[in-house]
Design a binder for this molecule. Structure first.
Ligand SMILES: NC(=O)c1ccc[n+]([C@@H]2O[C@H](COP(=O)([O-])OP(=O)(O)OC[C@H]3O[C@@H](n4cnc5c(N)ncnc54)[C@H](OP(=O)(O)O)[C@@H]3O)[C@@H](O)[C@H]2O)c1
Length: 374
């Protein structure tokens, strides 16, 4: 990926805006924006639609014949490969007669990876690469990680008091943050492919774990796959998270077959994973591989404390979203991340490229862990 600091042209900025609007519906395809410019005027802007539908470049060029125009696209146009459902964008671009294409970043998908650029150049099209590269790379992190490693991009999320507690000593956690922070979290749920919690949270809170963002209608996003980690088989069959059906229950050979069957009858999908190496719960690396192979590009880990502790101590988190409320829970309240902790401040991991937002009375602090970088 480009490591240079690249500027974003105003036309590419509009294409990025379009890509952003598509990010909740295109997965496992990348969320791409494209724009057709002619004599300084914007002729058309579009973004990728649902998986299997027309790509951004195809929609932008449809019905237009402007050879002197320039096509801006956030990602390298796709090429033909086995099993592909749509006409390759390179062919559509070449047929359109356009003579110049500006591309944000090369497609990291090994089936494309530079071949689209070569095909356009071989057809006599002038190709420029790198416009808006930093912004686009940031926007496409889950897609890039998945195509490079086969694993989901993992985002940890918690809502904590100012003293870092996610629940009181009796386990109460609803609600620590206010409405705006909770709606922001629902928008993020609407963007990711999967949401994961531990059996402790599933049992104590009995959440439905669906995305319910304000101001987004159901056709503007896809409900994420819900995943519960329950190695010993404790989740009650009447848990809200089992409806609507399709929830994944990741368990270990320790759980009883009768319990597994009763959840399957409720429409859950059971995945049997190895126990984790320290014997507590299931093997997270194995689970991430399974989720990656099922086209989960982005995974939002909502806790609780033990689950976040396991993910963090195994360096499996790529990004953190910490919602911090100006309240003090104190005492024996539950720490956000239950790990054994560090002895010295020199060992403490630091977040990178931090963004801080004020959400009414609460704060959102988010940043990258550096466990994976594009
Ligand atoms: N404020 C917030 O943002 C927030 C968010 C979520 C939860 N919460 C609160 O957190 C509390 C629940 O947290 P918790 O720490 O008790 O439970 P938890 O982290 O939700 O779940 C822990 C359980 O998950 C299972 N598990 C499976 N694989 C695991 C692995 N690799 N590592 C660790 N655990 C694994 C374990 O049971 P097995 O050994 O049986 O597999 C373990 O007992 C509740 O009070 C809830 O309200 C707050």
């Amino acid at each position: 990926m480009s490591s240079q600091k690249e500027k974003t042209s105003p036309f590419m900025a509009k294409a990025i805006e379009a890509a952003l609007s598509a990010k909740s519906i295109t997965s496992p395809n990348p969320w791409v924006g494209a724009l057709l410019e002619h004599q300084g005027q914007i002729i058309n802007v579009s973004s990728t639609k649902k998986y299997g539908a027309a790509h951004a470049e195809a929609q932008t060029l449809q019905g237009k014949h402007l050879p002197e125009g320039t096509l801006y696209t956030t990602l390298e146009p796709c090429v033909a490969f086995e099993g592909k459902r749509t006409e390759p964008c390179t062919q559509i671009i070449i047929k359109s007669g356009i003579k110049k294409v500006v591309i944000g970043i090369e497609d990291p998908d090994p089936r494309v990876k530079g071949r689209g650029i070569i095909q356009l150049r071989e057809a006599g099209i002038e190709v420029q690469i790198g416009d808006g590269a930093d912004e686009i790379t940031r926007l496409l992190r889950p897609y890039i990680k998945h195509r490079q490693t086969g694993l989901p991009y993992v985002i940890a999320k918690f809502a904590a008091s100012i003293d870092g507690k996610i629940a009181t000593k009796t386990g109460a956690s609803q609600w620590i943050t206010g409405e705006k922070a909770r709606d922001t979290a629902h928008h993020q749920r609407a963007w990711v492919d999967g949401i994961l919690i531990g059996s402790g949270t599933a049992i104590s809170d009995d959440p439905s774990l669906t995305a319910r963002p304000k101001n987004l209608s159901p056709e503007q996003f896809t409900q994420p796959l819900r995943i519960v980690l329950d190695g010993s088989g404790k989740l009650p069959v009447n848990s809200k998270i089992l409806q609507p059906t399709g929830t994944i229950i990741a368990t270990s050979p320790k759980s009883e077959k009768n319990w597994q069957d009763s959840l399957t009858e409720q429409g859950a999908q059971i995945i049997i994973c190895e126990p984790s190496q320290n014997g507590s719960g299931i093997n997270l690396e194995q689970l991430l591989q399974v989720l990656g192979s099922r086209s989960i590009l982005s995974l939002w880990v909502e806790g609780g404390s033990q689950i976040l502790g396991s993910f963090f101590s195994q360096n499996l988190i790529d990004e953190l979203w910490a919602f911090i409320a100006p309240i003090i829970i104190g005492g024996d309240g539950l720490s956000a991340i239950s790990t054994t902790g560090t002895s010295t401040l020199a060992e403490v991991p630091h977040l990178r490229e931090i963004v801080i937002e004020k959400l009414e009375q609460d704060f959102l602090i988010r940043g990258f862990t550096g466990n994976w970088a594009p």
